[in-house]
Write a protein that binds this ligand. Structure first.
Ligand code: SF4
Length: 427
């Protein structure tokens, strides 16, 4: 049964009250993160301990992965495995032994939990310890949950990265200050950021995750980190527990966000303003040129964000401030007020925010507002399109390279394309 929506006033200083929604959800589970994480971490393997539904989700989401040598699989725990938990553990150990014997390239194995009750009964952290001890030091075995009961689709990445933090090497108080970019970015984007940091004279730089997960960066009291994604609350908390400090900034979407993100690091590492401006000027000019091209199409068009990826607030800020779009409602599954403080302050005054999901009520609002564009999950897009509403799949925003100056134009294009298609159909 759907819970009624409540209006809580005063939740954010600079915006209208946040509408709290607690009802039926329509979002992929955290297993989905494996699709982009396995591409990034090239020496890791994701073994989902789940059901046929989980296997089906991964296969259909990953499309043709079956033709590549994949870095994920599903250990299916069915009724026959459940004669006793001991049997399930024996079965899991057997599958892992076989996998690791066959695949010498695997350096980190993630056991990923799911929601079937059989799996919930299994203690995967104990299984990871047992298997880690057995296969050490060749393979590190970790575990996290991608269960749809506990996670929405981007939270799977958070759970995965959080599981890495306890095994990062410790740096002591005498170690030089280092900077970690936290969040799985496409290699091309990560390389661009690393070049800019090098030009600014900021370093040493590491990433979480690195392409080779075996090489985890060190962490200690002199570690500073920048979140590349707004959905990494647990990972950030664990890094802070290990003494690292988060640099507060906008998220690196668009010119405004990317400049703020880089500036936070530049301030921390003592980069002179003139040098910062000189290094960034050509990137900003190029991005501005790319955005100008899309502004004519997007300015004044209205957009509604259904809660899905947790990217909604930073993307809404980018679309409103840099492209002149009109925000009708910005929904997000979770609103991390501390990490999003600057983002919330940068939104246009009076924007309607909503946190959580109650899919029917939100669809009612979409239908009554009839925005020019609705950002939503795959399952909602087709019905809305059939009603004459243009949609953008939220998941595409997670798969695509959208961070940084050189991607700002591509990010705008992702929103402009469905509107262009609709305009052509109308003609
Ligand atoms: Fe479905 Fe749960 Fe498996 Fe996700 S983890 S595919 S929600 S059964």
């Amino acid at each position: 049964m759907n819970a009624p929506a409540r209006l809580l006033s005063g939740d954010t200083a600079d915006c209208a009250p946040v509408l709290k929604e607690r009802g039926q959800r329509e979002v992929f589970c955290g297993l989905t993160g494996i699709i982009w994480l396995h591409r990034k971490m090239q020496d890791a393997f994701f073994l989902v301990v789940g059901s046929r539904t989980c296997a089906h989700l991964l296969q259909s989401a990953a499309g043709v992965m079956i033709f590549a040598e994949p870095r994920f699989a599903t250990a299916i725990m069915e009724e026959r495995d459940l004669a006793g938990l001991a049997d399930a553990n024996v079965e899991l150990d057997r599958i892992v032994d076989q996998l690791l014997a066959r695949r010498g390239d695997i350096k980190t194995l993630f056991l990923v939990g799911s929601c079937p009750s059989e799996v919930i009964k299994l203690d995967l952290s104990k299984a990871a310890q047992r298997l880690g001890a057995k296969h050490a030091p060749r393979v590190r075995v970790l575990n996290y949950s991608g269960s749809g009961i506990e996670t929405t689709f981007t939270e799977g990445e958070d759970a995965c990265l959080a599981s890495l933090v306890p095994v990062m090497p410790a740096l002591d108080a005498d170690a030089a200050r280092n900077l970690i970019i936290v969040g799985s970015l496409p290699d091309v984007v990560e390389d661009q950021f690393r070049r800019i940091f090098a030009d600014l004279g900021i370093g040493p730089i590491a990433s979480l995750p690195e392409r080779a997960v075996a090489d985890l960066p060190g962490v200690g009291p002199n570690t500073r980190f920048l979140l590349a994604q707004p959905f990494l609350g647990d990972t950030a908390a664990r890094l802070e527990e290990r003494g690292a400090r988060r640099l507060d900034a906008l998220f690196p979407f668009g010119i405004e966000g990317t400049t703020s993100w880089l500036l936070a690091a530049a301030r921390e590492f003592g980069v002179a303003d003139a040098h910062f401006d000189a290094v960034l000027a050509p990137f900003q000019a190029r991005a501005e040129k790319a955005l100008a091209h899309h502004r004519a199409r997007l300015a004044g068009r209205s957009i509604f964000f259904m809660p899905d990826s947790q990217l909604e607030v930073p993307l809404a800020r980018f679309l409103a401030n840099e492209l002149g779009m009109v925000l009708t409602e910005v929904g997000t599954p979770y609103l991390h007020r501390r990490h999003l403080a600057q983002e919330l302050a940068a939104l246009p005054a009076g924007v309607q925010l909503s946190e959580g999901q109650d899919v029917d009520r939100q669809l009612d609002r979409v239908r009554s507002i009839r925005p020019d564009l609705t950002v939503c999950g795959l399952g909602l897009a087709n019905p809305l399109e059939a009603e004459g509403l243009s949609t953008k799949w939220a998941i595409e925003l997670v798969f695509s390279p959208i961070h940084g100056f050189d991607q700002a134009g591509d990010l705008a294009e992702l929103f402009a394309r469905p509107l262009r298609r609709r305009d052509v159909l109308r003609v």
